[in-house]
Design a protein around this ligand. Structure first.
Ligand SMILES: COc1ccc(C(=O)/C=C\Nc2cc(OC)c(C(=O)O)cc2Cl)cc1
Length: 296
């Protein structure tokens, strides 16, 4: 990867890196201009050294209970390679497209080139200006199509939330950030441990206890329900500064709708169906898809 600093920007092969357009625990995302095809792209820049450091603290100590981490996951860059392998398989209008990966062994950074989804995250929460029910309906249906495709491809996303839903100029939503997603075999992912964003985590993911597993599909439906609530209310239903207090609320508190903004009973019914504390009673994806609010 030829990297020369000329003037004030970095050039990586045919890409000219421009301003930062996103950032998170994973690293940063920069706008990149491809001088060959004259298109803009979103370049996710991963710091390999930081990955190595962060991963060390997530590693569970090997004990009698939990099986040792499979050798493939010894090296955190394998996690990224797993994310890349998942992304390369995916092709759907409501899933962000990975174009290519620039991984020079001599470079401390790994670059993932994605299609540029022009308007960025669909909604920044908390906000005083949530989406109208009509707009939420359109974005929700796109997200549902993308999630249905992922589950069909035997992938659970595990971090569905507004900041991971990107809006294109044509008004369509694309699911992004497969950093904690995982591929499963059979009918569902049997997850243990927590990943993703606390305010969007399902109650069953927060119950301690070694070797208890929970459904990846049901977790994605829960976080989609929290996301739909945030679309029309402007904030998430369970808010706490301390994560333990937040977990308690997620596990015990009922979902409350404020008087304003006023949302339809049909939408409330759908949200409550997706936020059943018991994953066994929670709506499944096909029931969400066929709900009267979704099909209205
Ligand atoms: C204001 O205009 C804007 C237009 C586009 C953006 C933007 O793209 C931001 C993040 N992008 C991404 C992040 C990802 O993970 C964290 C992944 C992934 O790993 O799947 C892929 C993409 Cl694209 C921001 C502002």
């Amino acid at each position: 990867v030829s990297q020369q600093k000329s003037e004030s920007y970095i050039q990586l092969n045919q890409y000219r890196l421009m301003e930062e357009i996103g950032q998170g625990s994973y690293g940063i995302v920069k706008l990149a201009y491809n001088e060959q095809d004259k298109n803009l792209y979103a370049m996710k820049v991963l710091d390999k050294i930081k990955l190595l450091k962060n991963f060390a603290c997530f590693r569970q100590p090997p004990t009698r209970h939990n099986k040792p981490i499979p050798s493939t996951l010894k090296n955190p860059l394998q996690l990224v390679q797993r994310e890349i392998a998942i992304l390369k398989k995916l092709s759907h209008p409501n899933v962000v497209k990975l174009v290519e990966v620039l991984d020079d062994p001599n470079d401390n950074y790994l670059y993932m080139v994605f299609e540029f989804v022009e308007r960025g995250a669909v909604l920044d929460i908390p906000t005083e200006n949530p989406l109208t029910e009509d707009t939420a309906w359109s974005y929700f249906r796109d997200t549902l199509r993308g999630l249905e495709y992922l589950h069909y491809q035997k992938i659970v996303h595990r971090d569905i939330k507004p900041s991971n839903l990107l809006l294109s100029d044509s008004g369509h939503v694309k699911i992004a950030d497969f950093g904690v997603s995982c591929e499963f075999e059979g009918i569902d992912a049997f997850l243990s441990g927590t990943a993703g964003t606390p305010a969007f985590m399902a109650p069953e993911a927060l119950t301690e206890g070694a070797n208890h597993f929970y459904s990846g599909r049901a977790q994605d439906i829960w976080s989609l329900g929290i996301t739909l609530y945030a679309f029309v209310i402007g904030s998430v239903p369970f808010v706490e500064n301390y994560v333990i207090a937040l977990h308690k609320k997620i596990k015990n508190d009922a979902v409350v709708f404020p008087d304003k903004p006023d949302i339809s009973d049909l939408l409330k019914n759908l949200i409550l169906g997706m936020l059943k504390k018991d994953p066994g009673h929670r709506l499944m994806l096909h029931e969400v898809k066929n709900h009267d609010w979704t099909t209205r």
